[in-house]
Design a protein around this ligand. Structure first.
Ligand SMILES: *Cc1c(COP(=O)(O)O)cnc(C)c1O
Length: 419
């Protein structure tokens, strides 16, 4: 509303696109996690959305962090009050200087999936607690990682022998079933393989104490995934004694927490095909109008290209009104980003009210995972700002208390408002 009013008063940049981050959403996801997977400590995958308030909130709730680079480690430690033992350096292929930096920062837990990594760790961080990342079935996911990471089981005994020879401590096993996993039954097979690797560890003279079940959890299938995972762990690790179980969820925690508001900055008619080329029956269903908004695939909507997402715009405000009647006439439209590249298409075909004009606002839900973090400033368009809220009635005061209570200083610039 504020943005609309300022834009109407011609305040420069008032129409800039912005995210609204509802931190209570992250808090609720954590409660869901605790209810369904009480035995598993989540190590939030920072790459998914390295927002400092998300990191702080999750730290206050006892989560650890999965980092993949020096900068991610710095982002977590810069929050203050987070012990480096609550970080896993979960990138199996690290620059040797990064391994050295981890040692300096007290980050000991790190993954590997190849022999060269063991040589690097032996050289740069001999006291590390190593975790072997194994290959599992990731074919049931939006983003598979197996082509790049994960040791095939046949290579594991050799790797463990090499680790022993180098005097390294290997403490456990990790895997990742792929990000955006849509068939949680793959956890059963993954845990079975992890069990096999625990036995290989014993054969190599190690007593593994850590099982890291990775990420891949999706909001919509979370309860199902948690139940498959719990059954798998009960089946393959019936007497787990002092084995610590962790996970590396990213998307699950943040996907729903961010929404994006974008302003319609331009509108034009699509190029129509010559009548002779036009298919006779499909004409009604082709976009009648092209809307151009002020964030696109080089910015927040990079998730369309990198994360295989399909986004659905809805009307936030039209002609200054926040209420759009269901009776409003609609037409098929396309929605485009602001850059001069034609790949910058947000939605090739969607139904929107015919009355939408330049200056109106579109909204997009589920914009928290793999969005802001990978946005570029291509063509001079800035990354959209984030406005934080601690949510409405449910959870708001708990979230504020958790944020204020955790870490020494509270950032004075942070203005938490209730929606
Ligand atoms: C990306 C990544 C994650 C997070 O995956 P989600 O599907 O977002 O839960 C966890 N662990 C590792 C090693 C990753 O690369």
């Amino acid at each position: 509303m504020n943005a609309s009013r300022l834009a109407a008063e011609h305040v420069p940049d008032a129409e800039k696109a912005f995210f609204v981050a509802d931190l209570s959403e992250v808090y609720r996801q954590h409660q869901r996690w605790r209810a369904c997977l009480p035995e598993i400590q989540p190590f939030y995958a920072v790459k998914c959305n390295p927002d400092p308030y998300i990191i702080r909130l999750l730290a206050s709730q006892g989560a650890g962090f999965d980092c993949a680079s020096n900068n991610e480690i710095a982002m977590v430690l810069d929050v203050g009050g987070i012990d480096p033992s609550n970080i896993i350096f979960a990138n199996p292929c690290k620059a040797v200087s990064f391994v050295r930096n981890a040692a300096k920062k007290g980050v000991d837990l790190m993954t590997f999936d190849n022999a060269d990594e063991l040589y690097k760790i032996a050289r740069a961080h001999p006291g590390a607690r190593c975790v072997v990342r194994i290959l599992t079935d990731d074919s049931k996911s939006l983003c598979a990682f197996g082509i790049k990471f994960g040791a095939p089981l046949v290579t594991v005994p050799g790797l463990l022998a090499k680790a022993k020879e180098l005097n390294l401590d290997v403490v456990g096993v990790s895997f990742h079933v792929g990000s955006g996993c849509y068939d949680p039954s793959v956890y059963m097979d993954a845990i079975m393989r992890a069990r096999g690797v625990f036995d290989m560890g014993a054969d190599a003279g190690y007593a593994f104490k850590l099982l890291d079940v990775g990420g891949g959890f999706e909001d919509a299938r979370f309860e199902h995934a948690a139940s498959v995972l719990t059954q798998a762990i009960d089946r393959y690790f019936p007497e787990r004694g002092d084995i610590k179980i962790i996970a590396e969820p990213g998307r699950f925690y943040v996907s729903k927490a961010f929404r994006l508001a974008a302003n319609i900055i331009a509108r034009r008619a699509p190029l129509t095909a010559a009548p002779s080329q036009a298919p006779t029956d499909a004409s009604d269903d082709q976009p009648k109008v092209m809307y151009y908004i002020n964030d696109g695939v080089y910015g927040a909507f990079n998730c369309i290209l990198f994360d295989h997402q399909v986004v659905q715009p809805y009307v936030l405000s039209m002609g200054g009104s926040f209420h759009v009647s269901d009776a409003e006439a609609t037409h098929t439209s396309s929605v485009w980003g602001p850059t001069c590249d034609s790949i910058d298409c947000v939605s090739p075909k969607t139904v929107l009210p015919s009355g939408l004009q330049v200056g109106d606002w579109l909204g997009f839900d589920n914009m928290g995972a793999y969005t802001v973090c990978a946005a570029s400033q291509f063509n001079g368009f800035e990354v959209s700002n984030v406005i934080y809220t601690t949510g409405g009635v449910v959870g708001s005061s708990e979230v504020r208390k958790a944020l204020v209570g955790f870490a020494a200083e509270v950032d004075e610039r942070a203005v938490f408002s209730s929606t």
